[in-house]
Design a protein around this ligand. Structure first.
Ligand SMILES: [Zn+2]
Length: 288
């Protein structure tokens, strides 16, 4: 059970990067201009055992067939042996402006929606959203189950410190809407206060948490990046199962520019690596 959380920084303050080339087993991805957001996400997919195996099991039915799965299969084959280029992947994703910074979370979801469902299912869970009238818990006015790839965690009102564990718990806390936001109750035949709740209907095998560092600031009328420190637990206990952290996609720098890298734990040798475009370095943790 693993989870990926995207876009956080300030997490490994004591890391010491080992540059001994003999210990490095993994290869980087060429940056076409500003495609670090894509490279980071592709390395997470490559380093996810179930995903990689599912991609590798995809067969080409005919020579004309050129699905995104086969593109990934080809990329993964190269990555096992040497540094790889991503031109075929960017063209398949419709990325023309390779010098423009993109959003890692957006492309994470885009890739999952393009591959065969047999390949992407490892990342998919289902959430159940309900709206219940506050008069009676039997007045359930909407009850919808929908698939998700990521659980978005709002970081609003957290300027200095953010706990992923608390944020994840808060995501599933119910809230009451009232006043102008009252909802129509079919049973009461009128507008009433409503209780909105979200439950994990089916937990994904791999849980992906999206830390929403980029939020709209209504005072400044623009997007701003929240740079606060984030506490990411190595084990996240949920009521369904425990998830062990194995990958983090970081964004360092400003909203408009900046740079993405990924820190990923190898399922093959259990070491952590930093994937920074062409460069892959093993991380040594200093234990006090
Ligand atoms: Zn009601």
């Amino acid at each position: 059970m693993d989870y990926l959380d995207t876009m956080h920084q300030h997490y490994y303050p004591n890391e010491n990067v080992n540059t001994d080339s003999k210990t490095i087993l993994y290869y980087g991805l060429h940056n076409q201009g500003a495609t670090c957001y894509l490279n980071s996400v592709l390395q997470v997919f490559f380093m996810t055992k179930g995903f990689r195996e599912a991609v590798e099991s995809q067969e080409q039915d005919n020579v004309e067939q050129n699905t995104f799965d086969l593109q990934l299969k080809c990329l993964f084959e190269t990555l096992k042996k040497k540094q790889a280029h991503t031109k075929d992947v960017t063209s398949k994703l419709g990325i023309e402006k390779v010098f423009e910074q993109g959003d890692a979370a957006e492309y994470f979801e885009k890739i999952l929606s393009k591959v065969n469902p047999d390949v992407s299912k490892i990342f998919q869970g289902h959430l159940k959203h309900t709206a219940t009238c506050s008069i009676s818990n039997r007045h359930v006015n909407s009850d919808e189950v929908g698939p998700f790839w990521t659980v978005p965690l709002s970081m609003e009102d957290n300027n200095y410190y953010y706990s992923v564990r608390d944020g994840f718990e808060n995501f599933f806390k119910s809230s009451t809407v009232s006043g102008d936001n009252q909802m129509y109750c079919d049973y009461c035949d009128g507008k009433t206060d409503a209780i909105l709740a979200c439950k994990m209907e089916h937990p994904p095998e791999i849980l992906t948490l999206l830390l929403k560092r980029f939020e709209f600031d209504y005072r400044r009328m623009s997007y701003v990046k929240n740079d606060c420190c984030v506490d990411v637990p190595h084990t996240l206990r949920t009521k369904d199962c425990d998830y062990e952290l194995y990958a983090v996609v970081d964004h360092v720098g400003s909203l408009r520019g900046g740079h993405y890298t990924a820190k990923i734990k190898s399922y093959q040798n259990h070491n952590w690596y930093v994937f920074d475009d062409s460069y892959v370095t093993q991380v040594c943790f200093l234990v006090n």
